[in-house]
Design a protein around this ligand. Structure first.
Ligand code: M6R
Length: 623
C-alpha cells in the first residue's frame, strides 16, 4: 500500500545524483501505492534531515522548496496509505529515533506494536505519532545503541526478531552515511543495481529512471546497500541470495504519453496489452507452448478442479475465466475472493490447481490464500503482471501478463491481459487433456489474434460513449446488468464507476433482476445492459432483451452494449454502443472497454483525479 524508496550513491561517480532527486522521482512513480502523505530523510553533514507532509507528493515538494534539504548521497522516501493513525503530518513517515539520529520508513502492519510500545514507554520512551512504525523505529534505535553496539544491520536483525505482521522497513542512521538497511516480511521490496549507486523500491518503478537491473528479494530477508555493495541475509544473519532480472519495460512506458490521465492512457494501451500477452505463446499450427509454466504437463493433466483466487477486478477476470475454462476443458472452476477463501476450511488437495490472479503480485489477501492452499497440497499457478513480485515467486508456476506497468489505481489493461492469460491457460489445459481438437484451439487462437484490432475499433469510436458520460456527470446511481460472461463485465463496469467517480453503482446478473434488484428501478434510473451475441447460446440473447424491456417499462434509461448488427436492442435502448462481432466467450475483451471509457470520462467530467481516487491504493499489501 505504501511506496518505499531507498538510495545509496556517491559523489565520485561520473553522474552524481542528489539523493533527494532520486527519492522524489521514485516517489512520483510509486505514488499510486498511497497518497495520504509523503516524506523523505537524507543523511548529510553527519546528521539526518527529514521533511514530511500530509497529502500528495506535491505538498512535500512545496515543503522542501520552503525549507530546502542539503545535498546528500543517501536517503529514504515514503508515500503513505494510512493504517495506524490518520493521514496527518505527524503520522507521515519517516519516523525518527535514537534522538533524531535514525530515520525509518515502513510499509505494512506490525501486529504486536502495542506490546512493544508499552515496554518502551515503561523504559521512558515517548512517541509523537499514532503509528506502529514509530514503535519499530524506537525499537531499532534502542537495539542499535545497546545489543548491536552501533551495527545498523545487526540492529535490524534483532528488531525484526521481535516484530510480528507484515513489513518492509528501511532505515538510515547519521553514523552511517552511504548505508541503507532494509528488511522485508510479507511486504514487497526490490533491489536496484546501479553503477556506483544502489536502490531499493517497493517495486521497480521506484528506480526505473536510473537502472533496469533488479534483484528479487525473498521472504524474511535483510538487505544492506552501499553505493558499491549489497549484502543479503536471512533474518538470522545467514547469507542469502536474490534473483537478478532485467526490467523489460522502460521509464517511458510509465508516462502519460500525452493522455490526460494514466487511466485513459492505459485504456488506450489495451490493444497492445492483449497482443503482447498472446505473443510467443503458440506456434503456427495453433499449438500452445507455455514453456514458462513450472508444473509438468503430467501434473496439469491430472487436476480435477481449479480454484481461482483473486480480489477486485482480478476476481472478475477469474469469473470470466470460469465460463471459458469450464466450456473448453470440462474441469470445474470455482472463483473465490482470496480473503474469504482460507477462513472457511476450503476443500483443496494435490489434484486442485489454484490459479491466483493479481496485477501487482503483492495483494496480501491473495498471497495468504495461495500460501494456505499450498499448505493443503494444492498446485499453485500465478497469473501476474509484475515481474519480481511475491505471489509468482512463491507459486509453483507463473504465467505473466504483458500489459506493461499499470499506474492508475483503477485497473483496466491488466484486466484484459488477465482475461487473455486465462484463455491461454484454458486452451493449454484443453490441449493437454485432449478436450478440444487442435483445429478448434487454432481457431480460437485466431479469434483471439483479431481482438487487439477490434479493441482499437472501439477506442476509435470512443467519443460515442464519452459524450454520453459527460451528459451523465450528475446522475446519483447507475446499474449494470449482464448474463453469462456479461455478468462479470457488468460487475467490473460498476466497480470502475464506484472507485473513480464515487457514484453508487451496482452490477447484477440480469436473471437476478426479478428476485429483488428490479425494485431499485424508478424513473430515469440509468441501467447499462451488456447484451450477449444474437448468434450465441440459444435464448440467452432474447432473455437479456426481455430484461431490457422489463427495466425500461419501469422508467429506466437503458444504455446497451451490444454486438454489431444486433438490431433487436435498438427499439428498447436510449443509447446503443456496438462492439465488433466475436465469439461469445471472448466478448468480455470487447464489452468491457466502453464501460471503462464511460467511467473514466464521467469521473474526469466531475473534475476528479481518476488516477488517484480517494481512500484507495493500487497495491493492497495489508489484509
Ligand atoms: O494487484 P491485484 O490485481 O491483486 O489487485 C486486486 C484489486 O485490489 C484490484 O483489482 C482493485 O480492485 C482495482 N483497484 C480495481 O480497479
Amino acid at each position: 500500500m505504501c511506496g518505499i524508496v531507498g538510495y545509496a550513491g556517491t559523489s565520485s561517480r561520473v553522474v552524481d545524483h542528489d539523493a533527494l532527486d532520486v527519492l522524489i522521482e521514485g516517489l512520483r512513480r510509486l505514488e499510486y501505492r498511497g497518497y495520504d502523505s509523503a516524506g523523505v530523510a537524507v543523511v548529510a553533514d553527519g546528521a539526518i534531515h527529514s521533511r514530511k507532509k500530509a497529502g500528495k507528493l506535491a505538498n512535500l515538494e512545496n515543503e522542501i522548496a520552503e525549507a530546502p534539504l542539503p545535498k546528500s548521497m543517501t536517503g529514504i522516501g515514503h508515500t503513505r496509505w494510512a493504517t495506524h493513525g490518520g493521514p496527518s503530518d505527524g503520522n507521515a513517515h519517516p519516523h525518527l529515533a535514537d534522538g533524531g539520529k535514525l530515520a525509518m520508513i515502513h510499509n505494512g502492519i506490525i501486529e504486536n506494536f502495542a506490546g512493544i510500545k508499552a515496554e518502551l514507554v515503561a523504559e521512558g520512551a515517548t512517541f509523537l505519532s499514532e503509528t506502529d512504525t514509530e514503535v519499530a523505529a524506537a525499537l531499532l534505535g534502542k537495539l542499535y545503541t545497546t545489543e548491536a553496539a552501533g551495527d545498523l544491520t545487526l540492529a535490524m536483525q534483532l528488531a525484526v526478531a521481535r516484530l510480528e505482521g507484515a513489513f518492509t522497513l528501511l532505515a538510515v542512521h547519521e553514523d552511517h552515511p552511504g548505508v541503507v538497511v532494509a528488511a522485508r516480511r510479507n511486504s514487497p521490496l526490490v533491489l536496484g543495481l546501479g553503477d556506483g549507486e544502489n536502490f531499493l523500491g517497493s517495486d521497480v518503478s521506484g528506480f526505473i529512471d536510473f537502472t533496469r537491473r533488479a534483484v528479487e528479494l525473498g521472504q524474511d530477508q535483510i538487505v544492506t546497500i552501499t553505493p558499491d555493495t549489497h549484502t543479503i541475509t536471512d533474518f538470522q544473519g545467514n547469507p542469502a541470495e536474490g534473483k537478478e532480472f532485467t526490467v523489460d519495460w522502460d521509464a517511458a512506458s510509465a508516462e502519460k504519453g500525452g493522455f490526460a490521465s494514466f487511466m485513459e492512457k492505459e485504456i488506450y494501451d489495451q490493444p497492445a496489452a492483449v497482443a503482447d500477452t498472446l505473443l510467443g505463446r503458440s506456434d503456427a499450427n495453433g499449438r500452445l507452448t507455455l514453456d514458462e509454466l513450472r508444473i509438468s504437463p503430467e501434473e496439469l493433466a491430472k487436476i480435477s478442479k481449479i480454484v481461482v483466487l483473486a480480489c477486485g477486478t482480478s476476481a472478475y477476470a477469474g469469473s470470466v475465466a470460469k465460463y471459458a475454462i469450464e466450456s473448453w476443458c470440462r474441469i470445474p472452476v470455482e472463483v473465490e475472493l482470496s480473503h474469504e477463501f482460507r477462513y472457511r476450511e476450503p476443500i483443496v488437495d494435490e489434484n486442485t490447481l489454484i490459479v491466483s490472479i493479481s496485477q501487482s503480485g503483492e495483494t496480501m489477501d491473495t498471497l495468504m490464500a495461495v500460501r494456505y492452499a499450498k499448505e493443503q497440497g494444492a498446485k499453485t499457478l500465478s497469473i501476474c503482471n509484475t515481474n519480481g513480485s511475491t505471489i509468482p515467486r512463491e507459486s509453483d508456476a507463473a504465467l505473466y501478463t504483458h500489459a506493461g506497468p499499470e499506474i492508475a489505481v483503477a485497473s483496466t489493461k491488466a484486466f484484459l491481459a488477465q482475461i487473455t492469460a486465462t484463455y491461454l491457460l484454458g486452451l493449454y489445459l484443453a490441449q493437454l487433456r485432449g478436450n478440444l481438437f487442435q483445429g478448434q484451439i487454432k481457431d480460437i487462437l485466431a479469434d483471439l489474434g483479431k481482438i487487439p484490432a477490434k479493441i482499437q475499433d472501439i477506442l476509435d469510436r470512443g467519443e460515442e460513449i464519452k459524450s454520453v458520460a459527460r451528459k451523465m456527470a450528475q446522475v446519483p446511481s447507475v446499474l449494470f446488468l449482464g448474463r453469462h460472461v456479461g455478468y462479470p463485465v457488468a460487475m467490473e463496469g460498476a466497480l470502475k464507476l464506484k472507485e473513480i467517480a464515487y457514484i453508487h453503482a451496482e452490477g447484477f446478473a440480469a436473471g437476478e433482476l426479478k428476485h429483488g434488484p428490479i425494485a431499485l428501478i424508478e424513473q430515469d434510473q440509468p441501467v447499462f445492459v451488456v447484451v450477449p451475441s444474437p448468434r450465441g447460446r440459444d435464448s440467452l440473447h432474447s432473455k437479456v432483451v426481455s430484461n431490457i424491456q422489463e427495466v425500461r417499462a419501469r422508467g429506466a434509461n437503458t444504455l446497451v452494449i451490444a454486438e454489431s448488427g444486433d438490431e433487436d436492442v435498438r427499439a428498447y435502448a436510449e443509447f446503443v454502443f456496438y462492439v465488433p462481432e466475436t465469439p461469445t466467450l471472448l466478448m468480455p475483451l470487447l464489452t468491457t472497454v466502453p464501460l471503462q471509457l464511460f467511467a473514466c470520462e464521467l469521473a474526469s467530467a466531475k473534475g476528479y483525479d481518476v488516477d488517484q481516487p480517494r481512500n484507495l491504493a493500487k497495491s493492497v499489501t495489508v489484509e
